[in-house]
Design a protein around this ligand. Sequence first.
Ligand code: NAG
Ligand code: NAG
Length: 544
Amino acid sequence: MGYITFILVLALFTHSNAQDLIVNIPQGALRGSIDIDRVGNEFYKFMNIPYGQPPLGNLRFRAPVAAEGWEGVREVNTEIPICFQCGYAGCPGSEDCLYLNVYTPEFPTANTTLKPVMVFIPGGGFTDGGPYEGAQHLITEDIVLVTISYRLGIFGSFSVDDPELGVPGNAAMKDQNLAIKWVHDNIKYFGGDSNNIMVFGDSAGAASVHLQVLSPMSKGLFHKALCESGVALFDLMNGVRNNGILVAQQLGIQTDNLPEMLNSLQQVSPWEIFTAQQTLTAEYPLISTPLVEMESNEPAFLSDEVITLIQTGNYNHMPFVIGHNNAEGLFRHIPIKQATGQNITITDFTDYIPPDLLIQPGSEEETIIANRIREFYYGDTEPSPTDIIQAIQLITDYTFAYPSYRAAVEHVRTAQYPVYFYYFSADTLLNIFKRTEEVAANFPGASHTDEKGYLFRYSNTPEIESGSVEEQALARLVTLWTNFAKYSTPTLENDEIAWEAITADTFNFLHFDTDRSTLKTGAPQPENMAFWKQLYDDFFPARK
Ligand SMILES: *[C@@H]1O[C@H](CO)[C@@H](O)[C@H](O)[C@H]1NC(C)=O
Ligand SMILES: *[C@@H]1O[C@H](CO)[C@@H](O)[C@H](O)[C@H]1NC(C)=O
């Protein structure tokens, strides 16, 4: 190649073509599209970009492999195919789903000042969901937003305890990790700053963010983390080891020759895999979740217990925000009410014994703990469907509040950067998730995932009136999140008050309410946190 030709090729390679909406990255050329943000400005979307090879055939269940390039211009204007999952509406989605979306307010040119990057990991209990969050709210700030997809259910959690087989578990976590690595390596072509990447997520996506913070695979790939209602200490984080054998048995596949077994399982239809998953879920509710990986010949995503990694400080240190909503528990009530017309009622308190206490089912300890929980939340009264307050509070505390609080307290002991905490109770028309059911809609505050209605636009997001309480709360939350992305400190508009980090002595937290944010100390609902802490003090250390 002549020198001049080389220069020309290099110029083509590094420059973007604004008229054609074409961005060139090492994999090839991409043509994006234009959309309009919440305040009426244009932004640019590059959707459905492959970061991993389709995990099909003998790549099924395995760690992802980086995507290949393509010839010509790839049109990237359609939604990502959601990863294979089954729900009320059948089984939408595809196993070929390792794609991500990039959104930027400014078409990247040679002159673009690189912007802070926010990578969103969606939630859905590791079994469903997908990156359908609209960028219209966050993109009004000067950031580049990325949303990613990752394998769900058994497809992302299959594990067999055989070092040679190459399926040690956590494929879904490795998908996320490969997506973040793609962002780190490629976001500069979209005007994003690869030295200023924040990873955030909600629910299982937040637990995933926490796991990425803890994983040696993520070292150097991102620079700050924010967990919305989910941490790696919550009860979903106790995946079933060797679930691959259970899946094979369920499908009547021989398990005496493991390579043959794996091969057979890689040939069957995704529907059959799902059917096995569905059947196994009755006995193993956590069949599809991340776990401490089995020994293998390949790099491990997670090879130690979460609590051990936090307590030894053996993780990727960075500024960290953790928080949750006040009425998370509504997410259990809503589907029950919709399906049966009945309010949620707690019948079995043993369901609320944290699995990491390793209490034997049927043991005396189990009864003691279940009674303690019942007494704390209900006193002498019987759980009844006429008043859901106690049930919502118990589910909120058990599933999200205490694990989040505990993660924050434990991190502060070893963290080299500030750890911030928030408590979200804003209640406006943007709480679109709780507003899908009447009892929930009338319950004060925010259900699980309600904060996402402020950060992203959904098909059922209402019209946002200028100057309304919705717009003000939305702007306040978007400013906090994007300021954390920009400056590593979440600050408030006009610097009215500073959101201070937790210290060794003081549990500072930001109470994000409908019309104001207030810095508080102690803990959100300190008596409840003290109750769960006592339970851990009494039953957890004995086994360590
Ligand atoms: C980039 O900046 C240079 C120098 O300021 C200017 O001449 C050029 O027009 C700019 N290019 C674009 C695409 O904005
Ligand atoms: C359901 O719970 C709400 C709120 O606690 C209560 O007002 C309502 O009466 C309950 N409905 C029934 C059928 O018990």
